[in-house]
Ligand binder design. Sequence first.
Ligand code: SF4
Length: 470
Amino acid sequence: MAVGVFELFSVGIGPSSSHTVGPMRAGAVFARELRERGFLEHVASLRVDLYGSLAATGHGHGTFTAVLLGLEGFEPEEILPEQVEERLASIAETGKLSLAGKVELPYSVEEMVLHPLTVLPRHTNGMKFQVFGAPGPDGSAAVLHEATFFSVGGGFIVREGEEDTAQKELDESKKELPFPFRTAAELLGRCSSKGLSISDIMLVNEKASRSEEEIREGLLHIWAVMEACVESSLKREGLLPGGLKVRRRAPDWHERLLKEDKDRDAKYWQEWVNLIALAVNEENASGGRVVTAPTNGAAGIIPAVLYYALNYAPGMDKATQEDKDEVVVKFLLAAGAVGVLYKEQASISGAEVGCQGEVGSASSMAAAGLAEVMGGTPGQVENAAEIAMEHNLGLTCDPIGGLVQVPCIERNAIAAAKAINAAKMALWGDGTHRVSLDEVIVTMRETGKDMSHKYKETAMGGLAVNVVEC
Ligand code: SF4
């Protein structure tokens, strides 16, 4: 299926789309196959191999436990944070997982085979699952079923051997779209020939797979999950999990803002935007429910900028609920259109291109969304997206302890501010500009290729090695 707004904004659990959501999804696919192909009752043992970045930073990112939950049959969109805690406690206590929710199998996280220095050809986030039958007289056991998956960013997974098929299916499905586009130039061309905005083009394409009402409801639901994520985060206090001793700041900041900014003075916009970004990313860091936007590590930027659009954009003080819903829908559609460009031409995976692909892409998408709802022309919206990414180029991924906390949480707040500034700068221009969004996207991809692997979600460089963990 062609990448659309609901693939870019999907509901999952923290802390990482590529290291938590993708691996859980892969485990669930494998478990479903075991069930559907009738292997389950013959399974006697299981082997899980993790490669590259998944092995290097999987502990801090919750990859190992996400794989276990996936193998139990849980899907990231549906699992509740309470279920995560309950099942992991049970596995730890009994030393058994419930394969596909049906067969009790002795297995624990410690048995996973880690290959942090081995990168499989397709992508650094590789994982291989194998199940075996009962051993014969010589002690050897036959492989009943096996599969290798890659978690390629934003919760998307690709299966080994099916990369070409998946690409062909994607190309085929794009043909069914009324206005297919791969580059910003093509997108702008569509806008200009049809006299439509960027969000209109995206809406028409989305209507190829669902009704307009479903699209609107789906996008409003995405925003509702973002809001619920903030609300839940503001109720939690204390330290984030993982042992880094990072204190949650959002609840205190919220309390302070409620006291200092009783009248919702516009001079506090930055503090509110910071608060939303921090709240979402603190919730993500504690394994809560978040919307990948387009990844978990960068999940706070789009909600923070959309919050700005709803509360501080000109005219919003008089907006009705209907107007606000319209802003949400248009914002997410325009941001989604820009997300498609990154997915098509580069990558949204920190393990593949560094943090520029996660936080940079989210900042660029958010800038586009904001420029769109503030009345930008397609050229100005494209300019906003370009400015935001241009000033995130080269951003490395070096989370301390492999935890999605430092620098990730604050980085979302900074990137939200960049997105707002990018949109404002673009709106003060006429849409013409020297560097195109396509040129910046290609530059991001090439910069990512040249970046040392130390700075691509391995916790082997940068802050991850220069800050003492204690
Ligand atoms: S540094 Fe950026 S890419 Fe890396 S985990 Fe944090 S948010 Fe994700």
